[in-house]
Ligand binder design. Structure first.
Ligand code: CAA
Length: 265
């Protein structure tokens, strides 16, 4: 099924099983407005219901992944705390990201600041271009990260570096981001989106139910469950795979020295 074009995101399907969502507000360095996040949510909901989509890539342009929440809109729309509560500020952003349980890969070129950095952190894999820069400069605006940054940065890079980044607001370049575990790979700028698409294609080619189980198991660990609990949860999901036709096929194919033919069942 296809979607009608949207103002703030551009959708393409450059490879089998892959939906690319390109943030498209270049004049504002892809600052995340409510309208943009609504479009992103529509795109991700579409990915969720389209069986042909196995993984999603979220990207920006060569200069900016996203330079943060739209500060002008935030300032205009929210006079005080009560206003934030009444308008459920940023709540719809969480809903947008939660619209699909399928794997999401952030392909980050250029600026990923504030909400843009948090958007990357909310993805399952982050692939960075050599020119990528990450930062949480919210304190310089007198506010704090509000789209998951305080919770996800510490999981990604540990306490000392998370505190360093959040409290000083300094920028982190791609090599430091890779060293510290925030990103999984650093590639030349022109390779960033192709590499992310290839990774998404590799995921999409696998058995979708086993991909979903693996992602749930890793997400459980990321949610700071106690190790015992996490190991038990993982073992239960591992058992679940033994009911999959694709698990039977995958193991049979290995034993028979041939390529598995998955049916997503
Ligand atoms: N919100 C709204 N507009 C923004 C924006 C943002 N976050 N970031 C950039 N823009 C706009 C600029 O206002 C400018 O618009 P005009 O041409 O109309 O003036 C245009 O994009 C280009 O930006 P610059 O001229 O500033 O470009 P630059 O190359 O000189 O600087 C930058 C780039 C360092 C990224 C700088 O734009 C910047 O510091 N942006 C803000 C970064 C920031 O503070 N992000 C955190 C936002 S708060 C947040 O995200 C809250 C949360 O946790 C959810």
């Amino acid at each position: 099924s296809s979607l009608s074009p949207m103002e703030h995101v551009t959708l393409t399907t450059p490879a089998a099983g892959v939906l690319v969502v390109e943030l498209n507000r270049p004049k504002a360095l892809n600052a995340l407005s409510d309208a943009l996040m609504k479009d992103l949510g529509v795109a991700l909901a579409h990915a969720q219901q389209d069986q042909a989509v196995g993984a999603v890539v979220i990207t920006g342009n060569d200069k900016a992944f996203a330079a943060g929440a739209d500060v002008k809109e935030l300032a205009r729309e929210h006079a005080n705390r009560e206003d934030c509560v009444k308008k459920a500020c940023l709540k719809t952003w969480y809903d947008a990201m939660g619209a699909t349980s399928k794997p999401k890969i952030a392909a980050v070129r250029g600026y990923a600041f504030g909400g843009g950095c948090e958007l990357a952190l909310a993805c399952d894999i982050v692939i960075a271009a050599e020119n990528a820069q990450f930062g949480l400069p919210e304190l310089s605006l007198g506010t704090i990260p509000g789209f998951g940054g305080t919770q996800r940065m510490i999981r990604a890079v540990g306490k000392s570096k998370a505190m360093d980044l959040i409290l000083t607001g300094r920028r982190m370049k791609a090599d430091e981001a890779e060293r510290s575990g925030l990103v999984s790979r650093v590639v030349p700028v022109e390779r960033c989106l192709p590499e992310a698409v290839e990774a998404a294609q590799a995921i999409a080619a696998l058995s979708s139910p086993s991909v979903a189980l693996a992602k749930r198991a890793v997400d459980a660990a990321d949610a700071f469950v106690a190790l015992d609990e996490g190991l038990e949860f993982e073992r239960q999901l591992f058992y679940d795979t033994f009911d999959l036709d694709d698990r039977r096929e995958g193991m049979a194919a290995f034993c028979e020295k041939r390529k598995a033919a998955f049916t997503d069942s």
